[in-house]
Design a protein around this ligand. Structure first.
Ligand code: RIB
Ligand code: CA
Length: 329
């Protein structure tokens, strides 16, 4: 895999809970010349913090990446215990994929310190891409509020304007640490939500994933196996997980937002009751009684991705990784 960020590439810090589809996202980000990954921050989410760090370092080997600082952050959400998604990502976090041990080491400073240092040192405003529960991002913003002056925006995979997955109404990343997500939305930094509305759509056909596994290239085999994990889950009630590129779609959104239907909408996180962790999105086009009668409280506004050109992101994902020929199989 060739890694070459163009000089005008977007400086990006990834915050990950690697995670089958975080792995796909890391591979995509490293391969795209328009993205310059300057650091990776790890958090407990899909798997334990230790597994997330190890998986992330091993995926960098798969990409044959140059040195990129990786650091461990929070091992649990702000208020609640960590609750992994092993039923989706397996105990290891990478499903059935087994990667060789790596010589790479995580930084000795925490990912909060690493992000602070990288953001202040960057000559251009940094884009934070959150692909995980937002505990690290919230801690960063609380501990070092000065970083907002050099953050371009926060793009996050999380939330939904319709269905949930962790609960009937809440998406996993926001559900895992709702207070953290609320802090991020309230930070004053422009935010972009790549939620389940689009996440659940961008899927690679099973025959294409199978062709990737058959290839001679290690990257191709790893991508095919990662997608295959999703496909293996795609029976019965889990059919929505078939072949999804998942978190990688949030990176596609960075470099090709034109494939998305995006609206600036009032957005907040529900913190109490059954709806805890749900992202509430106000899509009304006429003022309701709450506004008319002066009962409404202020909501933050965020850019929200509502729909996606699926074929365009499938091609973008595979072509960026040099795997586009698998579509012809
Ligand atoms: O809600 C979807 C989950 O799978 C999230 O953790 C997302 O980041 C992906 O890894
Ligand atoms: Ca993730």
């Amino acid at each position: 895999m060739t890694i070459s960020a163009a000089p005008e590439a977007i400086p990006v810090i990834l915050d990950v809970d690697t995670g089958v589809d975080d792995a796909l996202a890391i591979l995509f980000a490293l391969a795209h010349p328009g993205i310059n990954v300057i650091g990776i921050s790890c958090v407990a989410g899909n798997a334990s913090l230790e597994r997330v760090v190890e998986n992330t370092l091993r995926i960098l080997d798969v990409a044959d990446a140059p040195y990129i600082p990786v650091a461990a952050g929070a091992r649990r959400p702000l208020l609640e215990p960590a609750r992994s998604a092993a039923h989706v990502h397996g105990e290891s976090g990478l499903g059935t994929l087994r990667l060789p041990p790596t010589d790479r080491q995580a930084e000795t400073i925490s990912s909060i310190e690493l992000m602070h240092k990288l953001i202040l040192a960057s000559p251009h405003p940094v884009t934070l891409v959150g692909l995980a529960p937002q505990t690290n991002l919230a801690l960063l913003l609380r501990q070092y509020p000065d970083v907002v002056n050099n953050i371009e925006r926060i793009v996050f995979m999380g939330g939904s304007t319709t269905v949930g997955n962790a609960t009937a109404v809440a998406e996993f990343n926001v559900w895992h640490d709702p207070e953290a997500a609320a802090i991020v939305l309230d930070s004053g930094v422009p935010t972009f939500m790549y939620g389940l509305d689009v996440f659940n759509q961008v899927s690679i056909p099973e025959r294409v994933a199978a062709a990737l596994v058959q290839s001679d290239s290690n990257v191709s085999q790893v991508v095919g196996r990662l997608l295959g994990n999703r496909i293996a889950l795609g029976s019965g009630r889990n059919a929505e997980y078939m072949g999804l590129i998942g978190d990688a779609g949030a990176l596609c959104a960075l470099v090709d937002p034109g494939a998305l239907t995006i609206e600036m909408l009032p957005l907040r996180v529900q913190l109490a009751g059954y709806g805890r962790g749900q992202t509430l999105v106000d899509k009304r086009i006429h003022p309701g009684e709450d506004i008319v009668h002066g009962l409404a409280t202020e909501w933050e506004a965020a850019e929200v991705a509502l729909d996606v050109d699926v074929d365009r992101y499938v091609r973008l994902f595979l072509n960026t990784l040099g795997l586009g020929s698998a579509l012809q199989q």
